[in-house]
Design a protein around this ligand. Structure first.
Ligand code: NAD
Length: 267
């Protein structure tokens, strides 16, 4: 018996990075997955890799800021796999500009993906998640990608941290709303430290620029020293946490935040 046997998951922003690795670990744990992203070719490639490993997966074009795209993605998952048990609101963007440098357009873009995307995904997946939650042992599950930047201040990106703080409290509020309504949908967030993905690399570049150098490797080393465990995180570290939160093993967890940060916020 695998952790996610019989479950169907929709993961936003899963063409690459943490989302793609989550799809891999979910398939390995027995789930069938729909991966949604704006990167169509990369997303299809990720699906081909999952299928090569014997997994059941589909790609759907999903811009998380579009209500129509969400409707189509949820309908595709339900029609292909018969329902929806798990939503992972993973799509996210980083900016890396101080308050004085950031423009209104920057802020609107961050809000669109990191906040509107989570709101729409949650709102529009509720009917399908409710349906499956009724007959499942521990209910359906939503996992939201927050960040350590949603728990403590960010040295690099105040606007990003504002959006992730929003995701953190939205997680708790929706957990309470769904529990009060008897929906059997658990909602939890995960809070990664710095993870070696494209977004992680973007943070190193911004840090290097702040240091007045092109030496991205030196910036990466500096970032590493903030993680007491002595290394940066991998996409697998985070995917493992997401699989746990989505599984029945986390059946008594809702409105919680799982911190996976190598000790960053313990200091
Ligand atoms: N990498 C880190 O250090 C780190 C740390 C904390 C939290 N996170 C969070 O984890 C999540 C995944 O990050 P990652 O490191 O894999 O980043 P990434 O940049 O590698 O992947 C993000 C994915 O989201 C997709 N995306 C962007 N805009 C989209 C949109 N409008 N609609 C659909 N998809 C869209 C991208 O195409 C990409 O595939 C994000 O929410 C991020 O904020 C990352």
């Amino acid at each position: 018996m695998n952790r996610l046997d019989g479950k169907v998951a929709l993961i936003s922003g899963a063409a690459r990075g943490i989302g793609a690795e989550t799809a891999r670990q979910m398939v390995r744990a027995g789930a069938r997955v729909a991966i949604g992203d704006v990167l169509d070719e990369r997303g299809r490639q990720t699906v081909r890799e999952l299928e090569k490993d014997g997994g059941s997966a589909i790609f759907v074009h999903l811009d998380v800021t579009s209500p129509d795209d969400w409707d189509a993605a949820i309908a595709a998952a339900v029609s292909k796999f018969g329902g929806l048990d798990i939503l992972v609101n993973n799509a996210g963007v980083f900016l890396g500009r101080g308050v004085e440098q950031a423009t209104l357009a920057d802020w609107q873009r961050l809000c669109g993906v990191n906040l509107t995307g989570v709101f729409l995904g949650t709102k529009q997946a509720v009917p399908a998640l409710r349906e499956r939650g009724r007959d499942s042992a521990q209910g359906s599950a939503i996992v939201n990608l927050a960040s350590i930047a949603g728990l403590v201040g960010s040295q690099l990106d105040p606007l990003y941290s504002m959006t992730k703080g929003g995701v953190t409290s939205f997680t708790k509020s929706t957990a309470l709303e769904f529990a009060r309504k008897g929906y059997r949908i658990r909602v939890n967030s995960i809070h990664p430290g710095v993870i070696e993905t494209d977004m992680g690399a973007q943070t190193f570049a911004v840090r290097a620029e702040r240091m007045g150098t092109n030496d991205v490797e030196a910036a990466r080393e500096l970032s590493l020293t903030s993680h007491p465990i002595g290394r940066l995180g991998t996409a697998t570290d985070i995917a493992n946490g997401i699989v746990f939160l989505a599984s029945d093993d986390a059946g008594f967890m809702t409105g919680a935040g799982l911190v996976v940060d190598g000790g960053y916020t313990a200091q």
